[in-house]
Design a protein around this ligand. Structure first.
Ligand SMILES: Cc1cc2nc3c(=O)[nH]c(=O)nc-3n(C[C@H](O)[C@H](O)[C@H](O)COP(=O)(O)OP(=O)(O)OC[C@H]3O[C@@H](n4cnc5c(N)ncnc54)[C@H](O)[C@@H]3O)c2cc1C
Length: 392
């Protein structure tokens, strides 16, 4: 019997497990499939630029404060993960260029500029000439014909999700966390308002139940069914995102390129890999890629980088983001069950928010008052369960 059992081995579940293990708790993590099927492995790993000053207090709405809080923790986490496991998660403040090449993306950028000003995020408008200097490989002709505006944001950051997950798993194992893969949690048995047993099913497991003093559901897009078994209605819907991977010469591109507000983007890795993303599709639990979406991503890449026009992508994949009705994650205790918590619905920001989420949940599970107010993310917040339309 462990102190804590986490359902879900994506970035949210593993981050919570590591944070609890670092606080001396014994922890198990159960996960129903290999890492590649969840949202986390598929993610791009962009952390949007945040206010630079680490000494001043957090600014803006509760979700903006959680984002800044998480962002500040990421550097420390990258260092600790490297120290504990020898794995470099690719944390790199590479900066980004936000470019508008249509009227629509120009108006998206103007909205972003308002937000950057309000939160004091470092940004500066740049000319076509500056853009060419910063990124000589960008298609000059296309830019000259289509560029409406461009901004440089020095604090945008990236990590490499598969490496971060590998590091987290390794760090968890080294701290004695038991990770049980290929096991599906079916339901729970209760006594006096507490979970006593979690019933599991899996081909390679001898046991059919697990016990712990505390439980946390971090099952991404699959959380809704499990939470209903805890008498809680928290709608989570999968939103598919597809990504295309090219291999180029290292250094071809140095900054993340965000088109408009960043729904479409190109991310350069230091070894020359370029990720082109992404789509937002409401297609249920279907993780297949589609020729139509991959063609669209190829066109985006080819327009900006003529070199990529003639190349076949090295790989492509899809993942399912966990959406919520109001676009916010749900983080906190499960109201009707004394020893259960949940962390889900992180949608497009789960990687970025994973550190802050892990701190909040671990504090709450350890009975410590949390650094940020959690009520705003609670399962009982106004309208969450009643809302019928899920964010797109
Ligand atoms: C294409 C794409 C690009 C993205 N880019 C970014 C980005 O740049 N920055 C960013 O911050 N975020 C990004 N995201 C979003 C981010 O990936 C997600 O918000 C985050 O990974 C969610 O993590 P999770 O742990 O909640 O879910 P998941 O990674 O999906 O993990 C859920 C886990 O729960 C397990 N599970 C489910 N049901 C059960 C059950 N019954 N029993 C046992 N285990 C169960 C699954 O096996 C899985 O391990 C992107 C997502 C996609 C798809």
């Amino acid at each position: 019997m462990h102190d804590c059992c986490i359902v879900g081995g994506g970035v949210i579940g593993l981050s919570i497990a590591w944070e609890l293990a670092r606080r001396g708790r014994t922890v198990s993590v159960v996960s129903c499939d290999a890492l590649r099927h969840g949202a986390s492995w598929a993610a791009a790993g962009i952390f949007p630029a945040q206010p630079q000053d680490t000494l001043t207090k957090l600014r803006g709405t509760p979700i903006e404060r959680l984002t800044q809080y998480s962002d500040r923790l990421h550097r420390q986490w990258a260092e600790s993960l490297l120290e504990e496991t020898g794995i470099n998660n690719g944390f790199h403040r590479c900066g980004s260029l936000a470019i508008a090449i249509t009227e629509e993306t120009n108006s998206d950028i103007l909205t972003s500029v308002e937000k950057w000003k309000r939160l004091q995020v470092k940004h500066e408008p740049i000319s076509l000439k500056d853009l060419r200097q910063l990124e000589p490989a960008l298609n000059s002709g296309f830019m000259a014909d289509h560029l409406r505006s461009a901004y440089y944001l020095p604090n945008e950051t990236q990590v490499r999700p598969p490496r971060h997950l590998k590091a987290l798993r390794e760090a968890c194992l080294r701290r004695g966390v038991e990770i049980v893969d290929d096991v599906r949690v079916q339901n729970f048995t209760f006594d006096s308002g507490r979970i006593v047993t979690m019933n599991i099913e899996g081909r390679n497991v001898a046991r059919c139940s697990m016990h712990a003093a505390q439980f946390c559901i971090a099952a991404g897009a699959w959380s809704e069914d499990l939470l209903q078994k805890l008498n809680l209605n928290v709608p989570t819907r999968p939103w598919r995102g597809q990504i295309l991977l090219h291999k180029t010469d290292p250094g071809l591109l140095r900054h993340i390129i965000n088109i408009g507000s960043g729904l479409d983007y190109i991310i350069p890795r230091d070894d020359g890999h370029l990720l082109v993303g992404s789509t937002i599709e409401d297609v249920g639990f279907d993780v297949s890629t589609t020729p139509l979406s991959l063609d669209r991503l190829s066109t985006i890449a080819g327009e900006l980088f003529p070199d990529l026009m003639s190349r076949q992508p090295k790989d492509f994949w899809a993942g399912l983001r966990p959406g919520s009705p109001d676009g916010l994650p749900t983080i906190g205790p499960v109201p009707a069950v004394d020893n259960a918590w949940l962390a889900t619905g992180h949608y497009r920001s789960g990687f970025h928010l994973s550190t802050g989420t892990a701190h909040l949940i671990a504090d709450s599970m350890c009975g410590i008052s949390t650094e940020l107010q959690m009520d705003f993310f609670s399962a009982e917040r106004a309208g969450l369960a009643e809302s019928t339309s899920l964010v797109s």
